[in-house]
Ligand binder design. Structure first.
Ligand code: B1M
Length: 210
């Protein structure tokens, strides 16, 4: 019988092959895809998030864990869709216009996906118009990352563009990245700010009132 605790452990330890093996076994045994996601993958990523917050894990360990989760998700996603499992919420994420740094953004995206959110990754150098388009297409949170002080103003431009499009009150905005602060979030009217990938998950849950 597939052991979902062992699946969580495989994620925590970044053992992608083992994670895929147990995920496949669990699917073959008819365990509900939602159960595999929540009791195996999400449970594992939650522990990774806690370790990361407490400085017990650093970026490389999180990336390896996230990769293991991603490999399992590749197999599980079609099954989740077939089963009609509802994601926690839809988040469009991107690195803002002019900015090509994506390591932190990817980490945040992976942690959010690992927690059960549907992620629409818009990539890097994302214009305000692209974010607005994503908001119009059903994203509940617009998540923006910036690593350059020179590109941070694009977060404000995006929030202004959402307001102009009449979407600001229909979606939540969330920002982060090394130079970004809570003060800056308050200044530009972003709904949420978080310092790292694990806190981003808590913030998204809070913003959607889950
Ligand atoms: Co660039 N770079 N870089 N760079 N780079 C920095 C950011 C810099 C601080 C280096 C320095 O000068 N000391 C500096 C910025 C200075 C400033 O603006 N004040 C800088 C510069 C200047 C530049 C260029 C302009 C250099 C040049 O060409 N002259 C250029 C700009 C290119 C562009 O974007 N247009 C450039 C290019 C690059 C590379 C392409 C070489 C590469 C990026 C590769 C890639 O991302 N695919 C790169 C890298 C790697 C860095 C450093 C070394 C590392 C950044 C990183 O990935 N950190 C960085 C210096 C440093 O930080 N030591 C530097 C790890 C990552 C996990 O952390 O992204 O902060 P971070 O994400 C964290 C949190 O911030 C948070 O969660 C993540 C996980 O905990 N978070 C969010 C991030 N987004 C979030 C969103 C949220 C919530 C939380 O909600 C939505």
């Amino acid at each position: 019988m597939a052991d979902l605790n062992a699946l969580a452990d495989a994620i925590i330890n970044g053992r992608a092959k083992k994670a895929v093996e147990i995920t496949t076994e669990a699917i073959d045994e008819g365990i509900a895809p939602g159960t595999i996601l929540n009791d195996g993958l999400v449970a594992g990523m939650n522990v990774v998030g806690e370790y990361f917050k407490n400085n017990e894990f650093y970026v490389p360990e999180v990336l390896v864990a996230a990769r293991a989760m991603q490999k399992s998700m590749d197999i599980l996603k079609p099954k989740l869709q077939e089963a009609g499992a509802e994601p926690k919420g839809v988040i469009a994420i991107g690195t803002v216009k002019g900015d090509l740094h994506d390591i932190g953004k990817n980490l945040v995206a992976m942690m959010l996906e690992g927690s059960g959110f549907e992620i629409r990754d818009l990539g890097v150098d994302v214009s305000p118009e692209k974010f607005v388009e994503a908001a119009g297409n059903g994203a509940q949170i617009i998540a923006m990352s910036a690593l350059l002080t020179t590109t941070m103003p694009s977060m404000k431009s995006t929030i202004d563009a959402l307001t102009e499009a009449g979407l600001k009150d229909k979606v939540k905005t969330m920002i982060g990245g090394a130079p970004v602060t809570q003060n800056y979030a308050d200044e530009i009217g972003a709904d949420g700010y978080s310092t790292d990938a694990a806190s981003a998950v808590d913030k998204a849950i809070e913003l959607l009132g889950l």
